[in-house]
Design a binder for this molecule. Structure first.
Ligand code: SAH
Length: 453
């Protein structure tokens, strides 16, 4: 057992799923932030559990050539980025190895070296910015919450956001200070809670949504004037009223105070209309790469029936529609299904239908009804697929299953389940949708083997 507060020499051999460096000291795994594979350091042990210890670098003894300056004043504090202390090539290697490692260890399938599609722009890629607002040192400010807390860290420049989003943040704070508009105080008092900016990077449209406590804001005409002066490209300003205590960000009521309450963006050649509440991938360019891989893996020839479970606003479903006979999307959130139907109409797609249902219930119902989709695509949240969803999909005997995953560990678990039901994984490719952050997306194609007939 390692001793807390004692200093040991650590040789780092890899990374955790959160981007911490891993070393084994006296047979125990130690997780350390801000270190790289191949580095050696004196590490002070901060916390010891029966299985893992956590430490911090005291002195770096051997530095990696991939080490970089994070270039951010709040790196390691705000909890947004995990990989800013290394170059992008090393980050991509870490993510690719994580996917292969999970599929091999948990999934029982070694896909070989996993190709990872890195982003052309690892900075400034987020088309959605959400800044919490609070009083800091007696005046309103906005930034991000310190990891696992509600302490606001004011930020003037976040490298993941567009410069316009950060400029909008600054304009709102200026308006609040000059017009004496108070920040929300977490106890039901005050006014401004969040600044939300959504940009259509393809269309250039920008929607600003200010989430406020109460039913109105003072000096809203000046808010619009400040915003438009700061970023003339803004196409809409909306107030969102949320007077509920707690962590829910958006309220149900909206009021447009300038321009339009939606923006459009173009993804996979389709036009999507987005309101403040619509789900939309935050990295448009890389989402297009991801969906492109999913489309390839679906191997469509215009004759297939496709069932897309966890379809959100129908992005994957609609991107596949022109290549299939019919596509069916299923999603739990009613407003997302309404958006998906609207998106189908707007894009003139008439071979897509959408159902608001739990994926598990829908898959079991389709199976009970004797549905035989040729291809099933799934894009579940991090917890992956419930066992009965895997069972129901396999029972419908599609020729191909395309699994789009945002968590390599649950993906690997589900691949193993599919394998036991007569499906063989063919390929795995990763896409970096969230450069500098710990997440990684993967597309796995599974095909029905003869044994599954
Ligand atoms: N494929 C979409 C959305 C993927 S995110 C896209 O790329 O845009 C995962 C989606 O699964 C979310 O929209 C979430 O609302 C939905 N979801 C979560 N649990 C679900 C369930 N049990 N049944 C159906 N959909 C679910």
């Amino acid at each position: 057992m390692l001793n807390k507060n004692e200093v040991y020499i650590a040789d780092f051999t890899g990374y955790t799923s959160e981007g911490l460096a891993v070393a084994h000291i006296e047979g125990q795994a130690v997780f350390v932030p801000n270190a790289l594979k191949g580095e050696q350091a004196q590490v002070k042990i901060l916390r010891v559990t029966p299985t893992i210890a956590y430490g911090k670098v005291e002195t770096l003894l051997k530095s990696s050539p991939n080490r970089t300056d994070p270039g951010c004043a709040v790196y390691g504090k705000c909890g947004g980025c995990a990989f800013r202390h290394m170059d992008y090539a090393e980050e991509l290697r870490a993510k690719s190895e994580r996917v292969r490692d999970a599929l091999t260890r948990i999934g029982g399938w070694d896909p070989g070296e996993v190709k990872i599609h890195g982003a052309a722009q690892p900075d400034g890629y987020r088309n959605k910015a959400l800044y919490p607002v609070a009083e800091v040192d007696g005046q309103p400010d906005a930034g991000f919450f310190r990891q696992r807390s509600h302490d606001l860290i004011p930020i003037t420049r976040c490298r993941l956001q567009s410069e316009q989003a950060d400029t909008i943040r600054g304009a709102v704070i200026q308006w609040m200070r000059e017009c004496h508009v108070p920040a929300y105080d977490d106890h039901g008092g005050g006014c401004v809670r969040h600044i939300f900016v959504r940009s259509g990077f393809q269309t250039g449209e920008i929607l600003v949504c200010i989430v406020v406590n109460g039913k109105s804001v003072p000096a809203s005409d000046r808010l619009t004037a400040y915003l438009r002066a700061a970023v003339p490209e803004i196409t809409g300003v909306v107030l969102c009223f949320n007077s509920r205590m707690g962590n829910a960000i958006m309220g149900d009521k909206f009021k447009t105070i300038y321009g339009s309450d939606t923006i459009d963006d173009v993804l996979c050649g389709l036009r999507f209309r987005l309101s403040p509440r619509s789900f939309y991938q935050v990295n448009r360019d890389q989402a297009e790469t991801l969906y492109g891989l999913a489309i390839d893996a679906a191997d469509l020839h215009g004759t297939e029936t496709v069932l897309d479970l966890y379809c959100g606003t129908g992005t994957i479903t609609l991107a596949m529609a022109s290549r299939a006979k019919t596509v069916v999307g299923v999603e739990l959130i009613a407003s997302a299904i309404a958006d998906a139907k609207e998106n189908a109409r707007e894009n003139g797609i008439d071979n897509a239908s959408f159902f608001c249902a739990d994926a598990s219930a829908a898959a079991q119902k389709f199976r009970a009804d004797g549905s035989r989709p040729d291809v099933v695509t799934v894009d579940p949240p991090r917890k992956g697929l419930a066992p009965e969803v895997v069972d129901a999909i396999a029972a419908m005997q599609p020729a191909r299953v395309v699994y789009v995953s945002c968590d390599p560990a649950t993906l690997a678990r589900d691949v193993k389940r599919f394998t036991a039901l007569g499906y063989a994984p063919q390929s795995a490719e990763a896409v970096d949708l969230f450069p500098r952050c710990a997440h990684v997306e993967t597309v796995v194609q599974l095909i029905k083997t003869a044994a599954g007939d």
